[in-house]
Design a protein around this ligand. Structure first.
Ligand SMILES: Nc1ncnc2c1ncn2[C@@H]1O[C@H](COP(=O)(O)OP(=O)(O)OP(=O)(O)O)[C@@H](O)[C@H]1O
Length: 286
């Protein structure tokens, strides 16, 4: 075990290659030797353009992909050998829709409570608590299919929170939402974190969100971590190294370390699959 009590996630040399035939464009090394430590209790942001490898990294951390090469530990448990234990420590909100439109909000959360072995006697109280934590008490008995995009995201958050995870993993939690709905998702995450000390690992394209809500961020590009630190530290590094940028933004920081901008369309479009996945995610909450 390499993880200490202060470390929620440790990745060492994490590498993942998707194998595809040559006609389909050949193999893709989605994650290429990632070293990463997420400290217990922090909000850690994984930032990067489409196709940078963020989702693949968190799918390895959440045990949804096998650790093909390298090592991942979650609170000291190796994901390769102690998969079931790791899963019990996690709440995960994937990019793909994880709520069922044909069930009420309460039924959706109750389903997750059953799947994650919340004790039967505690279940209804825990479901109500999770719904309250995301401000869905009033809408709890309506079909999820009638919810707005922001409400669906908060419902998915409740689903992930009902098992009282020590680590909450959020993959693009605010993509496709309007600014008010985005702020509301973050408010709920921050409130639960303050109350429970839960660790949060989040991927996002939105630099302003990362700047405001993340204690530390890793800038990822083409499968590698290009820079890691607090937003303030990263900006200070750029300020020291580039006199032309006395007041750098995180986009400037990204450009400095990767040689290109983070904004969509700046040579960072990713491939067809990246576009398809992003559209699907944005559409489902639109
Ligand atoms: N199931 C898959 N099969 C083949 N290639 C894949 C698969 N999933 C991802 N990839 C490729 O791996 C690379 C990294 O993708 P990944 O989804 O991890 O990036 P990302 O940073 O999360 O991007 P996004 O912001 O679009 O979600 C991309 O080139 C992508 O096309």
């Amino acid at each position: 075990m390499t993880t200490g009590p202060d470390e929620a996630v440790v990745c060492r040399g994490l590498t993942y290659t998707f194998r595809r035939g040559r006609r389909k464009g050949g193999d893709t090394r989605a994650v290429d030797g990632v070293d990463l430590t997420v400290r217990a209790g922090e909000v850690f942001g994984l930032l990067g353009p489409n196709g940078a490898g963020k989702t693949t990294t968190i799918r390895a951390i959440t045990t949804l992909l096998p650790t093909a090469s390298g090592m991942v530990e979650v609170f000291g448990r190796d994901t390769a050998g102690r998969r079931a234990e790791v899963r019990r420590l996690l709440g995960y909100v994937p990019q793909q829709l994880s709520a069922d439109a044909g069930l009420t909000g309460r039924e959706n959360v109750a389903l997750f409570a059953r799947v994650f072995d919340v004790p039967r006697a505690e279940r209804s109280a825990r479901v109500a608590q999770a719904l309250a934590a995301v401000d869905l008490t009033e809408a709890a008995d309506r079909l999820a299919g009638t919810y707005s995009g922001g409400m669906v995201r908060r419902l998915e958050l409740a689903q992930a929170l009902v098992s009282a995870p020590r680590l909450l993993v959020l993959d693009e939690p605010t993509v496709g939402l309007d600014p008010i709905a985005r702020a509301s998702v973050w408010e709920r995450v921050d409130a639960v974190r303050r109350a429970t000390g839960m660790t949060v690992l989040v991927t996002t394209h939105y630099m302003d969100e990362a700047d405001r809500h993340c204690d530390r961020i890793a800038l990822m590009d083409r499968g590698r971590i290009r820079a890691l630190g607090t937003p303030g530290e990263l900006k200070a590094r750029v300020r020291e190294q580039d006199a032309a940028l006395p007041d750098p933004t995180l986009d400037d920081v990204f450009r400095h370390f990767s040689g290109r901008g983070l904004a969509r369309g700046e040579g960072t479009e990713g491939d067809f699959n990246d576009v398809r996945r992003t559209r699907r995610t944005a559409n489902r909450v639109g």
